[in-house]
Design a binder for this molecule. Structure first.
Ligand SMILES: [Fe+2]
Length: 219
């Protein structure tokens, strides 16, 4: 149908309130893989507090969440942290956030080992805007991360779906891949199913918050 302005009126879809998941791969992964795996193993052996916590709260696995969430300060992870920073900037820019006056600043980086039978219950990441997970090691059959549909009102009466769109699921799974990073809004609930393989699955999780850029001016 033609209009006076020459624009066509056609039926279509307008997308509102999307949940954006950012994906990228660490370019130096192949060269750093063994070093990173060794780093996590050493930390998991030396982190007494983390081991005790994990034994109580993270059966069959290890997490440094409560003991060492400041791994971004370590020189061993300089390359990974630079990659996370660049990805967080891309994430903010692609969300059309105000990147003129605000910038992402990392406030947590911790590591997790999912050994056989361990799992990660559904959770979100408070006190941050952007969260991410970087896969240091995972083999075939490693459990996927599962993102939960945040639109709670939709759970009231969902129509039957044809199964072709992740947007129509209640739990959208994304398979892990060594060297890959996923970034997502910190409010998005997610979890990892039980690892039923003999191979451990190692990841690093991070949090960023958007802070006002320093102007460099003295008050
Ligand atoms: Fe998480």
């Amino acid at each position: 149908m033609s209009t006076d302005s020459g624009k066509q009126k056609k039926p279509g879809l307008r997308v509102l309130f999307p949940t954006l998941i950012y994906e990228d791969w660490y370019a130096d992964y192949d060269g750093e893989r063994e070093k990173l795996i060794a780093f996590v193993h050493t930390l998991s052996q030396e982190d007494t507090e983390g081991k005790e916590y994990s034994a109580r709260e993270y059966p069959n696995g290890y997490t440094s969440y409560f003991s060492r969430s400041d791994l971004y300060k370590l020189p061993e992870l300089t390359g990974v942290v630079a990659f996370l920073y660049q990805s967080a900037k891309n994430f903010a820019y692609q969300h059309h956030w105000d990147t003129q006056n605000y910038e992402p600043v990392i406030n947590a980086l911790f590591t997790n080992i999912n050994s056989k039978f361990s799992f990660h219950a559904e959770h979100l990441h408070p006190y941050s805007h952007i969260s991410g997970v970087f896969y240091v090691k995972c083999e075939a059959g490693a459990p996927a991360i599962s993102f939960k549909d945040p639109r709670m009102a939709r759970w009231m009466m969902p129509p039957a779906a044809d199964g072709n769109r992740a947007e129509n699921t209640f739990h959208a799974k994304v398979a892990p891949e060594a060297g890959k990073l996923l970034m997502f809004p910190s409010w998005l609930e997610h979890g990892v199913a039980q690892n039923q393989t003999d191979a451990e699955r190692i990841s690093m999780s991070c949090n960023f918050e958007m802070r006002p850029k320093s102007t460099g001016e003295l008050g």
